[in-house]
Ligand binder design. Sequence first.
Ligand SMILES: [Zn+2]
Ligand SMILES: [Zn+2]
Length: 271
Amino acid sequence: MSIDTIIGLIALVALFAAEGFLPAYAGRERRLRHGADNLVLAATSAAVGAVAAPLLVLSVEYAASHKLGLCPALELGWPACAALTFVLFDLWMYAWHRANHRVPFLWRFHRVHHTDPAMDSTTALRFHPGEILMSTLANCLVLVALGMSLGMLVLYKSLMVLVILFHHSNLAVPASLDARLRRIIVPPSMHRVHHSAIRAETDSNYGTVFSFWDRLFGSFRLRSDPELIRFGIGAYDDATWQKPLRLLRLPLEPNPSRGKSTLSPAAEAKP
Ligand SMILES: [Zn+2]
Ligand SMILES: [Zn+2]
């Protein structure tokens, strides 16, 4: 088991327990059933990810042995190379996530993540294995292009799993702490808007670790009334679509109209 998986499992157990005591959205029923369904789907994705993982290692080794990628091209020392590849890999994650919302074929898979009407820490792991496979293959090309080391990839994935578990969690985070964290990383206040059923909000806040990409590329959104956010996409959100076997089949279903990507200024708050 990789170090980022171990870190993720420990953080998941801690956050899931904390959500029971300090929930942001109270009155959640059947938390265990909901979490179990998400984790069964996550297990299928993890299995596909584990089978595809050697491709990531081969890509890193191929780039290193042939001196390919940005780091050798710029003749950077390891500290500069490590910092640059970490930040640029997160930029790639932003771009990939945005493409998943814009390209209808990719959205068929990514919407599995968005059809959860009761977002919590287990939603962070709710991905269709097809999306995991496609992102792993795309990541191989990016690793070669960057000349990123295996150590930095593991470090990125370890930090990433902590941040995504946190920003999906149903934990009541004090607004002042959330605002401080928001200067650097994506906190719950941002990602809850991303899981809103309103399309203009779903199509915002694509960041994974760092929050500044959304500010830089004009996709930053906040709600002044986060307690009123309704999670989901407005289709396939009902109970019949929450079972793992149905979610695995969801990419085969039509893409219904998602409404206009416009947002009332009244629903936004300042960063
Ligand atoms: Zn998304
Ligand atoms: Zn999410």
